[in-house]
Ligand binder design. Structure first.
Ligand SMILES: Nc1nc2c(c(=O)[nH]1)N[C@H]1C(S)=C(S)[C@@H](COP(=O)(O)OP(=O)(O)OC[C@H]3O[C@@H](n4cnc5c(=O)[nH]c(N)nc54)[C@H](O)[C@@H]3O)O[C@H]1N2
Ligand SMILES: Nc1nc2c(c(=O)[nH]1)N[C@H]1C(S)=C(S)[C@@H](COP(=O)(O)OP(=O)(O)OC[C@H]3O[C@@H](n4cnc5c(=O)[nH]c(N)nc54)[C@H](O)[C@@H]3O)O[C@H]1N2
Ligand code: SF4
Ligand SMILES: [Mo]
Length: 809
């Protein structure tokens, strides 16, 4: 393969010290999965560099990745378990005390409420081996079906849209396809800030060759949109209106690969019938995108000879998330642009290993893309784990929002939170905080986070670099992370904690042997490989050694494809056969699971499935009381709830606090000053953040990063967000809530002879700020006038939130 760009070796070594040893690893900060090497000196992590030979990043690392080792050395890391005492205070305890407490409580809850009274809520940032162990402990040990993770908030939609259209999870295209494609569509995805190395890879090619043509669908003019050939700035929540309109027009103009549709798919005509209702005019009305732009999109998508479409949170965190992504699958299928070099849907992941959790079953899924309501699959699982079939609990997947409701109703008594910080990241935080007060809560986290603070027991784990395991990135690549240093005294790896729990609980197989017999990550991986055999995510041809030597392998990797598989469905045989498929599918509107017979009717072995995807507007819409759309997301400097990036002085300094980005005309109309602290309020809660004036956001929409918790300031965007979910994937719609903006101002009555300049000075304002706040045109005032005084103006106004990385065009 031709290398995609100038390779660099991004690195950051503390004080440029001499390095004793470089250790093979993978960046732990996003789903691109860049290869890196950890710098070690005297058993300390002292830095990191990009792995030159890794096909994903060729030595590149973005700014937050270069500082990811800093948190490991942070002085406020927890080095002892904490247990809440009878006075209600968290106190240091030994591992034995903490684990005994957890095990006693788990047993008590299982006894009282049954196995489904215990829930494990994990992560997309741990290791495949941890997830596999959670799956086994959860299903075959405890016997609960309440396994979920922050992947619900992140990539649940990826899984569901792939299952619906193609029969199983597993993203069809690959990053490599971006090196070949004529057109890329970034749909609700801002890779310039959230997958910077991948974006750099695309831009390097674009700068050299002019390709690919780039379409960006995002209501904001993001850094990604700025580099686009065509930006479609749609109204928030109107994704499906846009896709239905484009698809309808493409069909009308005969941009359909009829032989492909005929040979490899079912139900095209039904889809066509519903799409037909959409004219471009109607699409324009619903999306507020100018018709010329829609025309351009139809022509480009209709005629391009190859296409990669990515989707991410602008698509997933929406009321019709799965239907939107299914519509994108429809588009690829009807143009026959899948399973070919340079083509295919590339529904993204977000966290570095959320895909692995879906694959091995640590979330609501079943290991190896198995269908738990297919008796054959369940029998297979029971045999593989050597347990009785009826031991394996099967129940409808219950996402975290459903679990919050169950906590409210005292149905969950034991909640084990591993490697995630829900009291910053969940929507409608006020409700989540109340709900989490009810069960016994275990939090496994290296820091005393907002969530750890309310726990009954806190367990301090080893971090990245201090443990071994594998992760799966967004394009099915499994990467190995070697242990670079011993963890600090007093902490244990997540896997060791899980294994200890399993042992103490006395989980057994049907021959009365310990349920879990492996002891190391590599042994766990070897067992998982057997479970994966014959399934879409077959990893039998992988080994730790091979993963290290080849710097990542893409599944399936088996006898047939010993080096792994770049692209799925090159033979156009989809995974929809009744007894191979991962699920019998769901009703695309209501999310009701279909029965075996219904799926039998709907599917045809090996063929992909078209769905009609009707559009409904989001239930919450701006109104007189809450006139703005409230959009949330990420900035390049920070990782989620900032437990890592907030501990790097450089990154912290780059973005110390939250803000609300408002269109310049809205700012003008409301008379808000740049940097002025405003109250942003939704029907659920309120935050106080400085205003950032912008012309890259649409009028009527505001945007806040969700990285900031409530420790010091009331700035957590999720105080405002709505906890409604997509009916199929149960992913919350973080992007489309509503809010109002309120000024927080004092009053000053002008006395005889007072000048504006003097008043301004008294309140630490400039004269022009005072004038602007009161809409005064002249620099004169009369006695008795009441002036509004902005109480707090933040210095920020970081004009340029571009980045020290060469992604700009
Ligand atoms: N710097 C950084 N990078 C990260 C992360 C991080 O925390 N920081 N987190 C990682 C993770 S876990 C994830 S999931 C990814 C997320 O990566 P992205 O999805 O790229 O990031 P977001 O900022 O959440 O949302 C993307 C865009 O969706 C747009 N959007 C809002 N509403 C709509 C809509 O109705 N339609 C459309 N089409 N777009 C809309 C927003 O304006 C935003 O620009 O990033 C990963 N990378
Ligand atoms: N408003 C709004 N909210 C959102 C989103 C949005 O776009 N808008 N996006 C959602 C998405 S896509 C995501 S992925 C979530 C992310 O939300 P979270 O997963 O809650 O955020 P993180 O900060 O990544 O939490 C990871 C936690 O793991 C801890 N940790 C670090 N290393 C280890 C380790 O090795 N072991 C263990 N046990 N713990 C460790 C960290 O200290 C941290 O507390 O947020 C969601 N929330
Ligand atoms: S793009 Fe993602 S995986 Fe790559 S260096 Fe940046 S954060 Fe790490
Ligand atoms: Mo995510």
């Amino acid at each position: 393969m031709e290398k995609w760009g100038p390779t660099k070796n991004d690195h950051h070594i503390k004080d440029q010290q001499e390095v004793d040893q470089w250790v093979h690893s993978t960046c732990n900060l996003c789903s691109i999965g860049c290869g890196c090497e950890i710098a070690v000196k005297e058993n300390k992590l002292i830095g990191v560099r990009g792995m030159q030979e890794h096909q994903t990043n060729l030595g590149r690392l973005d700014p937050k990745a270069k500082d990811q080792w800093i948190a490991n050395n942070s002085p406020d890391r927890l080095l002892h378990p904490l247990v809440r005492n009878h006075e209600g205070k968290l106190k240091e305890a030994t591992w034995d005390q903490a684990m005994s407490k957890i095990v006693d409580k788990a047993k008590e809850v299982i006894q009282e409420k049954g196995p489904n009274g215990a829930a494990i809520y994990s992560t997309g940032q741990g290791f495949l081996e941890d997830y596999y162990t959670i799956a086994k402990i959860g299903r075959a040990g405890i016997g609960t079906h309440l396994l979920d993770a922050n992947t619900r908030l992140c990539t649940a939609t990826t899984e569901y849209c792939l299952i619906q259209s193609f029969g199983s999870d597993g993203v069809p295209a690959s990053f490599e396809d971006l090196d070949h494609t004529d057109t890329v569509m970034f749909f609700g995805h801002n890779p310039a800030e959230t997958g910077s190395v991948l974006f750099e890879r695309v831009m390097t090619r674009k700068k050299k060759t002019g390709k690919p043509y780039m379409i960006v669908v995002d209501p904001r003019r993001t850094l990604t949109a700025e580099a686009a050939d065509l930006h479609l700035p749609l109204k928030p929540g109107s994704n499906l209106a846009l896709l239905n309109g484009l698809i309808s027009e493409m069909i009308a103009r005969n941009y359909v690969d009829a032989p492909f549709v005929q040979q490899h798919t079912v139900h095209f005509d039904e889809m066509k019938e519903t799409a037909k209702e959409w004219s471009l005019e109607e699409t324009m009305e619903n999306t507020e995108i100018p018709i010329e732009k829609l025309e351009q999109a139809v022509e480009q998508l209709g005629q391009t000879s190859s296409l990669v479409s990515t989707t991410l949170q602008g698509a997933y965190q929406a009321a019709d998330a799965t239907a939107t992504c299914v519509a994108i699958n429809n588009l690829h299928l009807m143009r026959g642009l899948i399973g070919k070099q340079g083509s295919g849907p590339l529904h993204m992941a977000g966290q570095p290993s959320s895909s692995a959790n879906r694959t091995v079953g640590g979330v609501g899924t079943y290991p190896g893309n198995r269908n738990p309501i297919n008796p054959r699959h369940l029998r297979e699982m029971a045999e593989l784990w050597n347990v009785e079939e009826d031991k394996l609990e099967v129940g409808p997947e219950k996402g975290i929002i459903k679990q919050i409701e169950m906590m409210e109703n005292d149905q969950i008594g034991f909640f084990w939170n591993i490697h995630t910080n829900p009291l910053v990241s969940l929507p409608n935080l006020k409700r989540a905080k109340e709900a989490l007060k009810k069960p016994f809560v275990v939090v496994q986290d290296p820091f005393l986070t907002e969530t750890a603070k309310i726990a009954d027991v806190v367990l301090p784990p080893a971090m990245w670099g201090e443990k071994e395991g594998t992760m799966e990135n967004a394009d099915r690549t499994i990467n190995l992370l070697r242990k670079a240093v011993e963890p600090p005294n007093g902490v244990k790896s997540d896997l060791d904690i899980l294994l200890d729990f399993a042992k103490r609980m006395g989980f057994q197989d049907k021959d009365d042997q310990p349920l879990i017999q492996y002891e190391t990550p590599e042994e766990a991986f070897e067992e998982w490989k057997k479970v994966s055999k014959g399934r879409p995510s077959d990893m039998t041809a992988m080994s730790y050694q091979k993963l290290e030597e080849s710097r990542g392998m893409q599944w399936p990797a088996n006898e047939e494809n010993p080096e792994g598989t770049t692209r799925l469905y090159e033979d156009f045989q989809f995974n929809t056969e009744l007894d191979y498929a991962q699920s019998y599918g769901k009703d695309i509107i209501t999310g009701r699971p279909l029965s075996r017979n219904e799926y039998k009717e709907k599917s045809e072995a090996g063929k992909a499935i078209f769905y009609s995807t009707p559009y409904y507007e989001p239930s919450e819409q701006p109104s007189q009381d809450y006139p703005f759309w409230f959009n949330t997301g990420r900035i390049v400097w920070h990782w989620h709830t900032r437990t890592k990036t907030g501990r790097s002085p450089y990154l912290d300094n780059a973005a110390k606090e939250a803000y609300v980005e408002i269109h310049e005309e809205d700012v003008d109309q409301l008379g808000i000053l740049p940097g002025e602290e405003v109250n942003v309020t939704s029907p659920r809660g309120s935050i106080k953040v400085p205003a950032r004036v912008s012309n890259s956001i649409s009028k009527g929409t505001v945007f806040s990063p969700f990285h900031f918790g409530n420790f010091e300031k009331e700035q957590a965007a999720n105080e405002l967000t709505i906890d409604v979910v997509d009916p199929l994937s149960h992913q919350p719609l973080y992007k489309n809530s509503v809010c109002q903006l309120g000024k927080d101002r004092g009053r000053h009555r002008v006395k005889n002879g007072e000048t504006l300049a003097a008043i301004a000075q008294d309140y630490h304002l400039t004269t022009s700020q005072l004038m602007q706040a009161n809409r005064l045109i002249e620099d004169s005032i009369v006695e008795g006038t009441t002036l509004e005084i902005p109480l707090k103006i933040h210095e920020v106004e970081v004009e340029d939130y571009s980045i020290p990385f060469d992604i700009k065009t």
